[in-house]
Design a protein around this ligand. Structure first.
Ligand code: SF4
Ligand code: SF4
Length: 340
């Protein structure tokens, strides 16, 4: 079934009033809101396959055209199920734009990650593939093999656009000077939560300035963590307005409920009043102190240094800086880290 037939069957697209933004110098057009698929997966809501796929499909049917996932998220099955009747070929102008990424450092591992993604989603080419979570120097240089692989797969036409996701101002600034980098996916929110600079914290203003350099250099910009991992959802409009005013091409938001999708689409279509505030239920990472063995693995994995070892020798979370990204959960050997 083609996307148009699917649209007719599911009565799709009737609400689509969202304009699309051109992603920098690429010829890819995306809606100003994208769905971060992390949220439905096993590091966060851990939704059953059909339930998670329904969220992805709902977002697509309501008009969102950009879906960002990652090898690390283990969410490809949801997307495969959600889009099982959609023509995902790049020849279909109504296709969902799919972006994935990998933490891998070497050429071989990045190649395997690209091929795994294509196979898992039943595609022969993909719009966007990125290096996932590039950190401060020397991480970029250490991952030169992975970047070369992305360059080669772009040259072969298998990946249309390549780039990086990062929490680091240094990396965003550096990408402005890398001509082959098409897409930059920086962490940005008005409070500066989770923004890194060198080995310490950076500010929202510094990251905003780095983003402007990338915009001037023709990069496509996805904005990450506009709500600071849920910590800024209580100032809903302020959080979104801040990022939108930076003229990022899309705001990528992890959504696990249809209401959240409806709200963000209404925002993108300027249908929300300036004082709109959704009823939000904050979900947090919890470390089961009965299961934790104090091994410390999660401390190294946390990008924001939000986990510490408490006086009992067990892991605990500093909620003032936790981004609710869920990255720590999969590395726990005893599954002591959960989100509810
Ligand atoms: S503790 Fe760290 S890795 Fe875990 S959810 Fe919070 S910010 Fe993310
Ligand atoms: S990885 Fe798991 S067991 Fe190890 S310190 Fe963290 S929560 Fe505890």
């Amino acid at each position: 079934m083609t996307a148009k037939t699917a649209a007719a069957k599911y009565n799709c697209y009737k609400h689509i009033n969202m304009k699309k933004n051109k992603l920098g110098n690429t010829d890819i057009y995306v809606t100003p809101i994208g769905l971060g698929v992390l949220t439905i997966g096993n590091t966060q809501l851990d939704l059953p396959l059909q339930e998670g796929a329904e969220i992805v499909r709902y977002a697509y049917d309501k008009g969102i055209n950009l879906f960002d996932t990652a090898q690390y998220y283990e969410t490809y099955p949801y997307m495969r199920e959600a889009f099982k009747d959609v023509d995902l070929s790049l020849d279909n102008p109504d296709r969902p734009v799919i972006a994935s990424k990998s933490l891998d450092c070497t050429y071989e591992a990045m190649e395997a990650a690209i091929l795994e993604c294509l196979d898992a989603l039943g595609m022969d080419r993909i719009d966007i593939f990125k290096m996932h979570e590039v950190r401060q120097d020397p991480d970029w240089d250490d991952r030169a093999g992975a970047w070369q692989c992305l360059l080669d797969y772009k040259a072969k036409g298998i990946v249309r656009a390549i780039g990086v996701s990062t929490h680091h101002i240094d990396v965003v600034e550096r990408m402005a000077g890398v001509p082959e980098c098409d897409i930059v996916f920086p962490l940005i929110n008005y409070a500066g939560l989770g923004i890194r600079k060198g080995s310490g914290a950076g500010t929202a203003e510094e990251m905003a300035a780095a983003i402007q350099k990338c915009l001037a250099a023709g990069k496509g910009i996805f904005a990450m963590k506009a709500f600071g991992g849920g910590n800024l959802t209580g100032t809903y409009m302020k959080a979104l307005d801040y990022v939108r005013d930076l003229e990022c091409h899309t705001i990528m938001v992890g959504m696990g409920k249809k209401k959240e999708i409806d709200d963000l689409i209404a925002y993108a279509e300027d249908r929300l009043p300036a004082d709109y505030q959704p009823d939000v239920t904050f979900k947090k990472i919890h470390i089961d102190q009965g299961d934790c063995e104090g091994c410390g693995t999660c401390l190294d994995r946390c990008p924001n240094k939000a986990i510490y070892i408490n006086e009992r020798g067990l892991a605990d979370v500093n909620y003032d800086i936790c981004l609710t990204c869920g990255y720590c959960a999969p590395v726990c050997p005893v599954r002591a880290i959960i989100m509810w």
